[in-house]
Design a protein around this ligand. Structure first.
Ligand code: B3K
Ligand code: ZN
Length: 886
């Protein structure tokens, strides 16, 4: 397979102005008539027309109504000697029922769906399947009325009616030009929750959430999230809904979370369906963000789209930033905003930082790819969002909103680049650091890898000054041996030893300021001297995680305890606790023996007790502080990783917290377990989270002490719970503590929810992700794959078992006997034949193999090589394993 390179971009030789599609929908043989108006792009030297296709049966090609001569070159249909403007008619058929890749047109539970991003439209018809070709679409759907009563496509329904032989049709016109990846159709037996809304500007819209008949009672939250999204985008950025009708449709067979097709978003059921009996608080939160995310794409993605797929973060990084801001703005209390920020950073650091340090590392704007589907990554999405967030930090919230306004004014209806975006934000804010430093700032788009920022502080009593020096560096990544310095905005505050925030005054400044300052680092090394300080301050650096970097600062334990107890910045307050826990974990990993069994010191435990008992801190924040850094995050800090050792130490830390804080956990549970009538708001969900982690630790303590009271109470809670969050937390406490009551609880859980696919996914996932005790998880996973409810073809189900084990349970996967790796390679190979996108995701579970200690390292490499050696591997999987081995 050949690599596509960003620098090879050239404009298309033809434009497509209009597309008229007529579908005769049939699961085994769908007929697609495609009539297009094309014209030569006068700015490009004449070339034959090359249309992309994939797994299509071609029946007819007409140019201006006449049979035309054409040839096939690999998957492309090539036509020479075309006039400057012409009508092209292409008639093809395809087989949706056999489409297990879930790209293009496919069938799920007797309903037709499409997925076209990035390159799925070519599986529906021959086309210039690239995002810079934007056309006006008219779509006619025809199908048997009884089997497919609902016929949907993008835009407005302009006509519908009956046809002979029990068939009917619907005709849709999309008023906006769009690239092919935003095309969608849905046909099947569906019902909709509907809501008529009036936007702030007075325009009326019909909002619809389509699901299967039994699921209507689980659509209220998605609808509310959609209404909030419409109102928020208009209020915060002045971006109104531009359609009369906006539809969301849910399917249980979907490769990813959801898709922003113009006016017809298609969603994984996981991000639509929720009621209190079946969905957890986390599910409610995810639905809100994903509904928001897809809706916000209506502007950042659909109205202004990407010129080519290298610009993917133009829409994804920006839209993740927008959905993060949306979820934060919906929080009434500032502390809930901070909780959301901490959760987002946790994702970035546990998933994106390892990606940036591994074989798949790539810039936010990549330079080349073999399969674009492999580049829907945490780097494009989450790091891309951090880059946008840094722009907002540099120009301020209002300045950023001005920048967004200019971006959409300038580029509405166009397919543009990341440079265009950054330029618009800078141009709207000419007197800012961003405008001044723009070329250097854009290194965040071109250079891969996570920068390290080493900070060092020296206090000088004689001059009452404190000098902070910073040195930034960035390790090589594939294809980038050396890096230039980044622009790093560092939000900073200074605390006294007593924990009070100190005024900040830089040398040469006339007066001090109160609170957080933003330092903008631009050079490999630089220094800042703060004056007017009576004693050595405790620096609070990188508040709110103002840049996606690794901060190395040689804090003393006492300083971290001061920050943990006092920092007015909640992010750094949490971070101080994480640093202390990480420090203890790394020490215990390095020094096995007695110290390794009791990794936590008295001072840390006391600090955790103070947090747990703190009268003012809110429950959600407490839960975050009391959650230890994950095994993956701990492993990232090591040069050589023994996953068993990491697991043992983290489990020892949990056991220690469990017994040392037993009475405090009891109190936390008693004070927080009753949250009254269920609502998924931040305050009550925070209390449920704290009660949940308390219950877990009470069961872990019982494991050590032999206590039967708390496991018994936990089982009772599991049975009586009035909502899925409490029920699942109780079940998790029994499973994670390895208690004998876990088995009957799991059986009961399955019995209650056997008809709820999303809950059964949780049931599988909890077991496959449970703490490994003596190698018991792999045999269990193999057994789960034989369960009648298991199906590898359904991506959610495959993820719930195979990914929960391979990607979510390191100590169970990395076995000394290498059986976990053999299982992984078997599943990658099995999935690759069914669904390459899902297989290639799974293939990434061993990305970090080269960091492993022996015997894991050699065995993991061998397993990857085994996959790579398979003939007929998809280019998706081949790209991932080839990079892993290089
Ligand atoms: N844009 C889609 C992702 C498409 C993935 C294609 N492999 C969902 C989203 O980011 O909103
Ligand atoms: Zn997106």
């Amino acid at each position: 397979p050949i690599a596509i390179r960003r620098e090879d971009y050239s404009a298309p030789a033809y434009w497509i102005d209009t597309v008229e599609l007529t579908f005769d929908l049939d699961p085994a043989k769908t007929r697609v008539l495609n009539r297009m108006r094309l014209r030569r792009n006068p700015e490009v030297a004449p070339e034959p027309l090359r249309l992309d296709g994939d797994e299509l049966n071609l029946a007819r090609v007409l140019v201006d109504g006449q049979g035309a001569s054409f040839r096939m070159e690999a998957d492309q249909l090539v036509i020479d000697n075309l006039p400057d403007a012409f009508e092209l008619e292409i008639f093809t058929t395809c087989c949706p029922i056999k489409n297990t890749k879930l790209m293009g047109l496919f069938v799920s539970e007797d309903t037709f769906f499409t997925q076209c991003e990035a390159e799925g439209f070519r599986r529906i018809t021959y086309f210039l399947d690239r995002p810079d070709v934007m056309a006006s679409y008219t779509v006619t759907l025809r199908a048997t009325k009884a089997a497919y009563p609902v016929l949907l496509s993008n835009g407005n329904l302009v006509e519908q009616g009956d046809l002979p032989e029990g068939r009917h049709f619907a005709k849709w016109v999309d008023p906006f030009r769009k690239p092919s990846y935003l095309f969608a159709l849905v046909a099947g037996k569906l019902v909709a929750r509907e809501q008529q809304i009036k936007a702030r500007n007075g325009r009326e819209h019909l909002l619809q959430v389509y699901v299967r008949a039994g699921d209507l009672d689980k659509t209220e939250h998605a609808m509310n999230s959609l209404i909030n999204s419409v109102l928020w985008d208009e209020a915060r950025f002045g971006l109104p809904l531009d359609l009369d009708r906006f539809m969301i449709v849910a399917t249980s067979d979907f490769n990813m979370g959801a898709m922003e097709n113009k006016g017809l978003n298609i969603f994984n059921t996981k991000y639509v369906l929720a009621n209190q009996a079946t969905a957890t608080d986390a599910d409610y939160g995810n639905i809100e963000s994903v509904v928001g995310h897809e809706y916000f794409h209506n502007w950042s993605g659909d109205r202004v789209t990407c010129r080519d797929w290298f610009q993917l973060s133009l829409k994804e990084g920006l839209t993740v930033f927008r959905d993060q801001e949306f979820s934060q703005d919906l929080c009434a209390e500032p502390s809930a905003r901070a909780v959301k920020r901490i959760e987002d950073v946790r994702v970035l650091r546990t998933a994106q930082f390892p990606e940036d340090a591994g074989p798949m590392a790539h810039p936010v704007r990549p330079d080349s790819y073999i399969e674009i589907s492999n580049f829907y990554t945490v780097t494009i999405y989450e790091k891309g969002a951090e880059v946008v967030r840094m722009m907002q930090t540099l120009v301020g919230r209002k300045g950023f909103e001005r920048g967004i306004t200019l971006y959409f004014e300038r580029h509405d209806g166009q397919a543009v680049t990341c440079d265009d975006f950054a330029q618009a934000i800078a141009d709207a804010n000419p007197d800012t650091e961003l405008a001044r430093l723009l070329p250097q700032f854009k290194r965040w788009y071109s250079q891969a890898g996570t920068p390290r920022l080493a900070a060092h502080g020296v206090y000088d009593a004689a001059s009452r000054s404190y000098t902070l020096s910073f040195v930034q560096s960035c390790a090589p990544t594939p294809g980038q041996a050396t890096k230039e310095p980044f622009v790093i905005p560092v939000n900073l505050g200074l605390l006294g030893a007593d924990g009070r925030e100190l005024p900040v005054q830089l040398e040469g400044e006339a007066e001090a300021t109160q609170g957080t300052r933003t330092l903008v680092l631009t050079r490999a090394g630089e220094q800042y001297t703060f004056v007017g300080l009576d004693a050595e301050p405790v620096p609070s650096i990188l508040r709110g995680f103002s840049a996606p970097v690794i901060l190395d600062y040689d804090y003393g334990d006492a300083q971290l305890l001061t920050l943990l107890a006092n920092d007015p910045d909640p992010f750094n307050r949490w971070e101080a606790g994480q640093r202390l826990a990480l420090r203890a974990a790394l020490r215990a990993i390095a020094e096995p023996g007695v110290a390794g069994e009791q990794p936590l010191g008295e001072a840390f435990i006391d600090a955790m007790r103070s947090v747990l008992r703190h009268p003012q801190l809110d429950a959600a924040f407490k839960e975050l502080v009391l959650t230890l850094p994950s095994e993956t995050y701990i492993a990232e800090q090591l040069d050589v990783v023994d996953p068993q050792r990491v697991h043992a130490v983290r489990e020892a830390m949990r056991a220690q917290l469990a017994s040392a804080l037993f009475a405090d956990w009891e109190q936390a549970y008693e004070q927080n377990h009753d949250t009254g009538a269920y609502t998924p708001d931040p305050v009550s969900s925070g209390r449920r989270a704290l009660a949940g982690i308390a219950l877990l630790h009470l069961c872990l303590a019982a494991r050590a002490s032999g206590d039967v009271v708390w496991p018994g109470k936990t089982l009772q809670r599991f049975k009586d719970a009035g909502n899925m969050t409490d029920r699942f937390n109780a079940l998790n406490a029994l499973v994670a503590s390895g208690h004998a009551l876990a088995a009957p609880a799991l059986a009961r859980f399955h019995q209650i929810f056997k008809d709820e696919a999303l809950v059964i996914d949780k049931w599988f996932s909890l077991q496959a992700g449970a703490p490994d005790r003596g190698g018991d998880i792999l045999p269990l996973v193999k057994q789960l794959m034989k369960h009648p409810d298991f199906s590898i073809k359904n991506p959610n189900r495959a993820r719930s078992v195979i990914f929960s084990y391979c990607s979510g349970n390191p100590a169970a996967l990395h076995r000394p006997d290498a059986a976990g790796y053999v299982f992984w390679s078997d599943r990658v190979i099995e999935l690759d034949a069914i669904n390459p996108q899902v297989a290639a995701r799974l293939a990434r579970a061993l990305d970090r193999w080269s960091k492993l200690a022996e015997p894991y390292r050699s065995a993991a490499r061998e397993a990857i090589a085994r996959v790579a050696a398979r003939p007929d591997l998809s280019k998706d999987t081949l790209e991932v394993v080839t990079r892993a081995l290089s």
